[in-house]
Design a binder for this molecule. Sequence first.
Ligand code: ATP
Ligand code: MG
Length: 444
Amino acid sequence: MRLSRFFLPVLKETPADAQIASHRLMLRAGMVRQEAAGIYAWLPLGFRVLKKIEQIVREEQDRAGAVELLMPTLQSADLWRESGRYDGYGKEMLRIVDRHERDLLYGPTNEEMITEIFRGYCRSYKDLPKLLYHIQWKFRDEIRPRFGVMRGREFLMKDAYSFDLDEQAARTSYNRMFVAYLNTFARMGLKAVPMRADTGPIGGDLSHEFIILAETGESEVFCDAALVDMGAPGPDVDFDGDLQPLVDARTALYAATDEMHEPDRFADVPEERRLSARGIEVGHIFYFGTKYSDPMKAVVTHPDGQDRAVHMGSYGVGVSRLMGAIIEAHHDEAGCVWPEQVAPFGAGVINLKAGDADTDAACQSAYETLSKAGRDPLLDDTDNRPGGKFATMDLIGLPYQLIIGPRGLKEGKAEVKIRRSGGRHELSLEDAIARLAEGAFADG
Ligand code: ATP
Ligand code: MG
């Protein structure tokens, strides 16, 4: 992409109403624009990152054996009357009436709809297990939308739903999602800690929130510090095998959100590992048994010939919130510092003197080679001043910058800057291009 053709409305001023770094940076770097309270347009730079996050979530869901579909944003109120949640959900639900006076709503979540779909086709234990997900916009009329996309009203969520014969089988599906989440967040450069979460009136111990520790997080959390650096199992996990040991290794250590916090048990954690902190909830997984299948009559015939309500769980990831969480974890004074896997472009090429024939030619050659190598470069071919170009490139936080100007070119040289470390390498132009093309700077 050439910057002259792109749409990158960078702001010079720091927006006054943005309280946290990620919100400020997303506005300054022209990634999103607020259209109404808690409702954002995703501008091209932000949209690129959103799509990368979404794709990682998708790949890890698929790897774990979940199957993608797409349900609509609008739902019939009658579905929610069946489950009994229509009145209970309260003012967070956006209620809509169509021209025939039928009650609709903009879905805040999809348990009812997926249960309706399941019961329409699946009747037998032979149809189980099923693990279905979609990545779709949700609307919740949050009382206090804030922190940009972190707590929006319209936001993108991955929500998966599992259907199993009984609690034992449901636990297997739960474990799949638990492990998939560890891998998903690790791939984005995040250390997500699974923490025991409130199961509400249903009870039981099968609910975990995945929390990114951050001072600006809205949740108060308590955990064993050993969990933070435990890492993820990685892509070689056998999702058809026994995942319980991987789950147990993590749930054995203390980690709880404030609703579930037990100070007595926390006191047993060795003092130097006792961590009380704030965190951002990026995912939430939940086993809720027959809460929806009972009232909505989603039953399956068991091998013994009896019909019983199917056991369900739901598993959410805040896809758009993750963008804020990643920036909170990866930024500095100058701007975003994207992990490569979610960076909006792979590298920036800065032309220090657009209009100078040799510099233009060198930049063009770099741009073509990096494009062909699949590095997805952004070429700053504008006639802005070098200082402005450096500031913009730092602000948007691409992992690598290739800086090409007439002075260096006289000696056949160019400079590579590593955004994260600030490290600079002066190299011959050919070497610089070749090494960026092959990803040779990946270690800094
Ligand atoms: P919270 O406690 O933050 O209000 P929740 O518990 O209501 O979230 P869930 O119903 O568990 O949220 O939704 C699944 C995921 O969707 C959450 O883990 C979070 O990452 C994301 N999410 C929920 N509400 C919002 C929101 N208003 N804006 C952005 N993301 C959200
Ligand atoms: Mg939650």
